[in-house]
Design a protein around this ligand. Structure first.
Ligand code: FAD
Length: 508
C-alpha cells in the first residue's frame, strides 16, 4: 500500500463515478471498504487523519461476545458478537489469538454463578467457540495468575475470548481492501457533501499534505465517522439532530510483573457496576476501562485523574503487588460512539449498530464494536446496494482471509533486517520493535508521520510513552531517509510527537 499510488488512482478517476465512497478509516469504514471492494464495487475510502487514529486504536483489544452484555441479558448482541469472534479468528489467525480469562472468586456463590454464566457463553458460541470454560481450584487459579491476592481467594472460573491488536488489524483491513482494488487515502479530510437535486452525489475533500481540494463523485456516500457522525450529518442537513452520546473509556499500561503468566483477569463487578479487565498485551498489561459521559469530542481525548484513580483502586483489590501511579507506562483514552437513547446512563446505551438512510441518500452507520465490524460492513453495503440500485452481489467476507495470513509482514521485516544489519537494531531497549519494522511500515503500510510509526504501525506510544518519546528522533531520521524529507521536517515531526505523547504520560 502506497499513498502516492493511491493518490494517482484517485486522480486517474478524475470526474468519474465511484460506486461507493466511505468517509472514515476506523474499524467501521475499513470493514466497509473490504466488503464493498470484494463484492467488485469501485470503492474509495477517505480518512481525515491516519487509519484507526480515532476510537479504533484505543480499544481494550478484545474480540469478544461481551460477558457484561450477557450479565445484562442482551442475548442477541452476545450471540452475534460470538459468531463474529469466531469468523475473525478463522480469517485472521495471525492477528487474533485465543486468550484465557480468569474470573477470581472470593465469595462462595461466585464459582457456581459465573461458572454457569460462562457455560452459557460457551454454548452460545456454538461451533465457533474458542475453548471450554471450567472451574479452577484455588491452587490452579494462583498457578495461572500468581499475583492475584491470595487472601480469601476460593478459586476461579476460566473462560476463553479473543485478543487482538486493534490498529494492526485496521492496517491489515486497509491492505485487504487495497488487495481487492479499493483506493484508500489517509490524511484526506471530507469538508462537505456534493449534491444534485438534493441527493448526495459525492464529497468535497482536501489532501491534508498538499492542501489540494477534490470534488469526488459517487453513487453512494457512507458516513462511517464514529464519534464524528454528527459532523457529517450536519454537512448533509445543518438542522440534523445529534445522535451520538460519546462515552470515554480509559486504560492504563503496566509492566508484566503485575500479572505474569498468559491469562487475563476479569473483575466481574466494579464499584460502578461494570467489569474491569487486566489483559496481557505485547508483554505488558492493559487495565481498563472506564465509562464517563463526555460532551466534547476530540481526536485525542485525555484521561481524567479520577478515571486513573478509579482503575488503580479497583484493580488493587485483586493484586498482591499493588500498582501505583508511578508504575504506569502509558495512559490512553478513547470515545465510544454510542447511539443516544432516552436513557441517562451511558453504560446502558446500546452497543448495537445503527444504520440510517437520510432523505438525501446519505448512509450513516455507527455504534457497534470492533468485534462486529464485519457484520456492520455487510449491513452497510447491503443498504448501499438497495439505496443506489447497484447490482446485487453477495457478501463474501465471512470466508475472506485478511491480508498477511501467510506471514508476509514478518517475512518483509526479516528481509529488510537481513539486507541492512543496522535495521535489525531495536528502536528502544524497552520496546519490542526494530528499525526494520519502521522501514517496512513506510514502504508498505502508508505510514506518513512519526506518530503513525510510533502510535499505530508499532504500538510504542501505548506500551511505554516515555520510551516512544525517546525513540522519536531516530524514527524521524528513518522516515526522512525513506521519504526524502529534510532536517526541518524531522524537527517538526519530533516536536509534534513529543507534544502529543505528553498526554499519554501521567506526569507531564
Ligand atoms: C475504551 C474503549 C474500549 C473498547 N474496547 C473494545 C474491545 O475490546 N473490543 C471491541 O470489539 N470493541 C471495543 N470498543 C469499541 C470499538 O473500539 C469501536 O466500536 C470502534 O473502534 C468504532 O470504530 P469506528 O470506525 O466506528 O470509529 P473511529 O475508529 O472513531 O473511526 C472514525 C474515523 O472517521 C474519521 N473522520 C471523522 N470525520 C472525518 C471527515 N470529515 N473526513 C474524513 N474522516 C473523518 C476519524 O478521523 C476516525 O478515524 C472499545 C471502545 C472504547 C472507546
Amino acid at each position: 500500500m502506497n499513498r502516492q499510488e493511491m493518490l494517482q488512482a484517485l486522480e486517474a478517476k478524475g470526474s468519474g463515478l465511484w460506486d461507493i465512497c466511505i468517509i472514515g478509516g476506523g474499524a467501521t469504514g475499513l470493514g466497509i471498504a473490504v466488503d464493498a471492494a470484494s463484492r467488485g464495487f469501485s470503492t474509495l475510502l477517505l480518512e481525515q487523519y491516519d487509519f484507526a487514529k480515532g476510537t479504533s486504536s484505543r480499544a481494550t483489544k478484545l474480540v469478544h461476545g461481551g460477558v457484561r452484555y450477557l450479565q445484562q441479558g442482551n442475548i442477541k448482541l452476545v450471540t452475534e458478537a460470538l459468531h463474529e469472534r469466531g469468523i475473525l479468528r478463522r480469517n485472521a489467525p495471525h492477528l487474533v489469538k485465543d486468550m484465557s480469562f480468569i474470573v477470581p472468586n472470593y465469595k462462595w456463590w461466585e464459582g457456581p454463578y459465573y461458572g454457569i454464566g460462562l457455560k452459557v457463553y460457551d454454548w452460545m458460541a456454538g461451533d465457533l467457540g474458542l475453548g471450554k470454560s471450567r472451574l479452577l481450584s484455588r491452587e490452579e487459579t494462583l498457578e495461572m495468575a500468581p499475583t492475584l491476592d491470595a487472601e480469601g481467594l476460593r478459586g476461579g472460573v476460566l473462560y476463553h475470548d479473543g485478543q487482538f491488536d486493534d490498529a494492526r488489524l485496521a492496517i491489515h483491513l486497509a491492505m485487504t481492501a487495497a488487495d481487492q482494488g479499493a483506493v484508500l487515502l489517509n490524511y484526506f479530510h471530507v469538508d462537505g457533501l456534493l449534491k444534485q437535486s438534493s441527493q448526495v452525489s459525492g464529497v468535497k475533500a482536501t489532501d491534508q499534505f498538499s492542501g489540494k481540494t477534490y470534488n469526488i463523485k459517487a453513487q453512494v456516500v457512507i458516513n462511517a465517522t464514529g464519534v464524528f457522525t454528527d459532523s457529517i450529518l450536519q454537512m448533509d442537513d445543518p438542522r440534523a439532530e445529534h445522535i451520538i452520546a460519546p462515552s470515554q473509556g480509559v486504560h492504563i499500561m503496566l509492566d508484566k510483573e503485575f500479572l505474569p503468566g498468559e491469562a487475563a483477569i476479569l473483575v466481574p463487578h466494579t464499584d460502578d457496576g461494570r467489569v474491569l479487565f487486566a489483559v496481557p498485551w505485547h508483554d505488558k498489561i492493559i487495565i481498563g476501562t472506564t465509562d464517563t459521559a463526555v460532551d466534547h469530542i476530540d481526536l485525542e481525548p485525555r484521561a481524567l485523574p479520577e478515571e486513573i484513580d478509579f482503575i488503580l483502586q479497583q484493580i488493587s483489590r485483586y493484586l498482591s503487588k499493588v500498582p501505583t501511579a508511578a508504575d504506569i507506562r502509558s495512559v490512553y483514552a478513547g470515545l465510544r460512539p454510542l447511539v443516544k437513547s432516552s436513557s441517562k446512563r451511558t453504560a446502558e446505551l446500546s452497543r448495537d449498530h445503527l444504520i440510517m438512510v437520510g432523505d438525501s441518500g446519505l448512509i450513516t452507520i455507527t455504534g457497534g464494536k470492533w468485534t462486529t465490524y464485519r457484520r456492520m460492513a455487510e449491513d452497510a453495503v447491503n443498504t448501499a446496494i438497495a439505496k443506489a440500485g447497484l447490482p446485487h452481489k453477495e457478501c463474501i467476507t465471512a470466508t475472506l482471509s485478511i491480508h498477511g495470513g501467510a506471514g508476509e509482514t514478518e517475512a518483509e521485516v526479516r528481509a529488510l533486517a537481513e539486507a541492512q544489519a543496522l535495521w535489525s537494531e531495536k528502536i528502544h531497549p524497552r520496546l519490542p520493535y526494530t528499525k526494520a519494522d519502521i522501514i517496512q511500515s513506510v514502504r508498505t503500510e502508508m505510514c506518513m508521520t512519526v506518530e503513525d510509526a510510533l502510535s499505530r504501525r508499532t504500538r510504542s506510544l501505548l506500551l511505554d510513552a516515555q520510551a516512544a518519546i525517546d525513540a522519536a528522533p531516530m524514527v524521524a531520521e528513518l522516515l526522512a531517509g525513506e521519504m526524502g524529507k529534510d532536517a526541518s521536517w524531522q524537527d517538526q515531526q519530533v516536536s509534534a510527537f513529543r507534544e502529543l505523547a505528553k498526554g499519554y504520560l501521567l506526569h507531564n
